[in-house]
Design a protein around this ligand. Structure first.
Ligand code: DGL
Length: 272
């Protein structure tokens, strides 16, 4: 069992923020990643559609025999709340570990949350933070264009378009003097440098992909599912749209080539 892969999914490139961290903390693990690039973005869709897509994505990973599933997607984690109950393997989404990290990190009790519209409308991060400490003030802002920027490869902090969009979305939050910001969509850490340049060094950025990867490592250990093989694990990527554009941005972000490791699948066929 322990040599089976960890399954990670997202609507597109965002879940790579969790993969990047998983590879660091658990180098011996095999990882199977699915990015539903044909249907990205999820964040402006209805709850029913998000649930349907999430079930199909998890179903695809299960068909690959994974030992655990990570929904490395804020939108899925905050809307497909019943998904874990339907799975035969351990599961984690991003909300609980990320909210816990933010509640621990804040010094002035003012936390910002950014995510997709579906995530912000669900109130999931806010509720989770307040359940931990109801004196914390939570400021929320949806930033749907960040997903499009990342998926289109506009990720440099030097890019004027990236800087302008960051400023437009975050100017109100900056005025609220938050000291901690949850990047509640896993796509957002890919433009973390631009976000941090705008908000300044005194704001701690919480990376939902990173926190979730750390939590997943804990969960694997708790379930006795750690891969104890004495060799570096492999990563295999599947996407529902073209391989080329995913490869290009994934490489910039992961700092290594994923060429030859990415395959196209038709998620509709898998779902039938
Ligand atoms: N990366 C995803 C999230 O964490 C999804 C973004 C989207 O598809 O809109 O919310």
């Amino acid at each position: 069992m322990s040599e089976q892969a960890i399954g990670v999914f997202d609507s597109g490139l965002g879940g790579l923020t969790a993969v990047k961290e998983l590879v660091k903390v658990l180098p011996q693990e095999n990882i199977i990643y699915f990015g539903d690039t044909a249907r990205v973005p999820y964040g402006n869709r209805s709850r029913e559609t998000i649930i349907k897509y999430a079930e199909q994505d998890a179903g695809f990973l299960l068909s690959k025999g994974v030992k655990m599933i990570i929904a490395a997607c804020g939108t899925v984690s905050s809307n497909a709340l019943e998904l874990p109950d339907t799975l035969p393997v351990p599961f984690t989404g991003v909300i609980v570990p990320t909210a816990a990290a933010a509640a621990n990190a804040t010094r002035n009790g003012r936390i910002g949350v950014i995510g997709t519209s579906a995530t912000i409308n669900s109130g999931a991060y806010k509720n989770e933070i307040l359940a931990r400490n109801n004196r914390i003030k939570v400021y929320q802002q949806d930033c749907p264009l960040f997903v499009s920027l990342v998926e289109s490869g506009f990720i440099s902090e030097k890019d004027e378009i990236v800087r302008l969009v960051v400023e437009r979305y975050l100017c109100d939050m900056k005025k609220e003097k938050i000291d901690t910001l949850i990047m509640g969509c896993t796509h957002f850490p890919i433009i973390a440098k631009a976000i941090s340049d705008y908000l300044g060094d005194n704001v701690t950025l919480i990376d939902s992909g990173r926190e979730t990867a750390l939590y997943a490592a804990h969960l694997l250990s708790k379930n006795n599912l750690l891969n104890t093989a004495n060799k570096i694990g492999s990563c295999r990527y599947y996407v529902s749209d073209t391989v080329e554009s995913f490869e290009k941005t994934a490489e910039i972000f992961l700092d290594k080539s994923v060429e030859g490791k990415v395959s196209h699948i038709s998620i509709e066929q898998v779902a039938l």
